[in-house]
Design a protein around this ligand. Structure first.
Ligand SMILES: *Cc1c(COP(=O)(O)O)cnc(C)c1O
Length: 387
């Protein structure tokens, strides 16, 4: 039975992909001016944390993402850390994050000496479930002079960080409403979602700030890199300051007015990132075409479906996802073995955050949907094929 389904899935995936080669889950494509810009950057002598490629990359990014400001950082985790610091997330406060996410979301909270508070995901988006979040906060929190307090732990709940899973936009409007109701800062982990839109607007603009990633496996890569997006000039200025070691302008002295971070993106990485960003429309077109092929190919396939985002979403389809009907990790693993052994890169989702040893004792709500999704989801090859 399982082997039958694995064979069925294998042949349907193969019909969607270029033939006669193996396929990683996501590979970068360098079809633009990457070499030219990198050589120009080296020849300019400006390879480190300042230079014109950083300025151009930030400007192009802000325009593309529909945000007033973009501040480039060494990676997406650093961008998230800075977003949280600038929301004044402090030691012993709690921050709501989905348990179904990449480790960076929870780690960034821990870097602030704050505590992740794990939330469940909605089946329809694979991201934070707004209805469940609201019911949970109603049940466990009280609004005091100090803000929203978790009655079970006595700690303040400060912020909510929804994540756009595999590039599919989370349902932002009701999450923003819950944040307003309970006085919580909204910060988006948009690391996977460059090019994704929610009701027509680019994601990353619903709250105070958001974080993007340009790691090698993301839709656009700078080798490594990230960015803080914000529409608030004061937050942008503070992000720039905090990520450049909190150095203040001075003629030649080194003067710092806070404990900052060395988190700025090197010009060399920005050169690669800029050349990549110039190709985003063709990457998106290619990824959406692949998603449509998967969707057609799997229509009516018993036992499995392709995850389809809701109508409010215009996804970048960073990673295409199969949803197995049967909640059976053994069956999932047979399928993963089969695909990978034949050169088709396929992965289960991340081990859920609340099941990792360092986050096991963190506060949480009922996480039953994420727990089921963890056993039923498989990511399949999703690179932008430009040929
Ligand atoms: C990639 C990613 C990040 C940031 O990762 P970096 O490797 O630090 O750039 C953050 N959150 C999520 C959900 C991600 O997928």
């Amino acid at each position: 039975m399982s082997a039958g389904l694995a064979d069925e899935i294998l042949s349907r995936i193969r019909r969607c992909l270029p033939a006669n080669r193996s396929h990683a889950l996501h590979e970068p494509q360098f079809a633009g001016k990457e070499r030219e810009y990198l050589l120009r950057c080296i020849d300019s002598g400006w390879v480190s944390t300042a230079g014109k490629f950083v300025d151009e990359f930030e400007a192009k990014l802000a325009t593309f993402a529909g945000a007033k400001h973009a501040v480039a950082t060494v990676n997406g985790t650093a961008a998230l850390h800075v977003c949280l610091r600038l929301a004044n997330v402090a030691a012993t406060e709690e921050v709501v994050v989905p348990t179904l996410t990449f480790i960076a979301t929870a780690n960034a909270v821990a870097y602030c000496s704050a505590i992740p508070h794990f939330a469940d995901s909605a089946e329809s988006t694979l991201g934070l479930d707004p209805g469940k979040l609201e019911a949970h906060l109603e049940a466990i929190s009280e609004t005091t002079e100090a803000g929203c307090v978790n009655r079970l732990t006595g700690r303040r709940i400060k912020a909510v960080v929804p994540m756009h899973t595999f590039g599919h936009p989370v349902d932002l409007a009701p999450i923003a409403r819950v944040c307003r109701r309970f006085g919580l800062a909204l910060i988006e982990d948009a690391a996977e979602a460059l090019g994704s839109r929610y009701h027509g607007d680019h994601v990353g603009n619903a709250g105070r700030s958001s974080a993007l990633s340009f790691n090698g496996n993301k839709i656009v890569t700078a080798g490594g890199g990230g960015a803080v997006l914000t529409n608030d000039a004061a937050i942008a200025a503070a992000a720039r300051h905090l990520t450049t070691t909190a150095r203040v302008a001075a003629k030649w002295e080194f003067i710092h007015d806070a404990i900052g971070y060395n988190y700025r993106l090197p010009n060399l990485n920005a050169a690669l990132g800029l050349a990549q960003l110039e190709q985003i429309e063709s990457f998106l077109a290619s990824k959406r075409a692949l998603a449509a092929r998967y969707s057609r190919e799997f229509a009516g396939c018993p036992g499995v479906r392709v995850f389809e985002p809701p109508p409010f979403a215009e996804s970048n389809y960073w990673l295409n996802t199969l949803v197995l009907e049967r909640d059976d990790p053994a069956q999932r693993d047979v399928i993963l073995e089969k695909l990978n052994s034949l050169g088709i890169g396929a992965r289960p989702v991340w081990r859920l955050m609340h099941r990792l040893p360092m986050f096991r004792d963190c506060p949480r709500m009922d996480l039953s949907t994420a727990e089921r999704l963890e056993r039923c989801l498989i990511n399949i090859p999703s690179s932008a094929f430009l040929d």
